[in-house]
Design a protein around this ligand. Sequence first.
Ligand code: NAD
Length: 318
Amino acid sequence: MKKILINDGISKSGKQKLIEYNFNVIDQHIDQDNLIEFINDNNVDGILVRSATKITKEIINECPSLKLIGRGGVGMDNIDVQHAQAKKINVINTPGASSSSVGELVFSHLFSMARHTYHSNRTMPLEGDFNFKKLKKNYASGSELRNKTIGIIGFGKIGQAVAKIAIGIGMNVLFYDKNIKEQTISINFYNEKEVKFHLKRTDFEILLEKSDMISLHIPKQEKPLINKKEIKLMKKGVFIVNTSRGGIINEKDLIQSLNNRHIQCAGLDVFEKEPNPNIELLMNEHISLSPHIGASTLEAQQRIGLELAEQVNQIFNG
Ligand code: NAD
């Protein structure tokens, strides 16, 4: 019976599936410092992690029983994938399982910014009982998303999930992706109807100039893609959302543009310094904040667990 160590948790259904497939499942978090010893003492064949556990070169070298490393989620920043593959260890992840959850979080930020609810949730508990009329006036200048233009940068799985929701609520969609020139996306409805849209890439600068709202969906970059220069091209009053990776927007330039009101509002799920984001971002009253929860829905976690279990079974049992 192959042993699978689940080190950062997995959905009940994923764990159940692994048991059904006859794996010996150890669902226990082992601290980073004790991981090598535990894997060797227990002859662990496969380890499943999320983002908390790091699978380093050292672990890969010191644990000869390991034949599989699985990441529940997308980014593989915490796994030395190259080294694992060089050692013929299978490395798997679940690239599509959380796309629609991240897409929905983008709209959670956008709707909240458009109607100021992220802000009224901060002030209502403090002033709502004696300053109701003043607050009502403060938040009276809301806007609708319908008929606005959203510019999606990075048109992979999550960018396309965002486009589907945007089209569904009547927005105009522009996208820029360095590798994708055109893309057909299918929107599926509850009554099994399907509508297809064919979209063509817009130049990066034109997207920046024409969008009322911009959402970022590219992988981690060496340097920020959005700096002062790019912000200058954007419409005054633009909304910007980053649910991809910290550092894709230059945080200093973002704060400056929020304070001089060129950018009206930002929605941030990811930060340059996680888990200790810049306090100036956390305290800025023009930012709708969430603590890197894009993939954290019950539905995505279930899909992730099941997808991992299927892949583990495929690798060990064919
Ligand atoms: P994907 O690989 O499907 O798509 C990424 C797209 O970005 C690709 O089409 C690629 O061609 C494009 N791209 C790469 N570099 C670019 C550049 N410099 N300019 C323009 N386009 C570029 O990835 P995905 O699944 O859509 O994920 C997108 C991002 O979301 C990743 O950074 C991922 O880590 C992040 N993510 C965040 C959360 C969260 O919890 N907030 C959850 C899942 C994924």
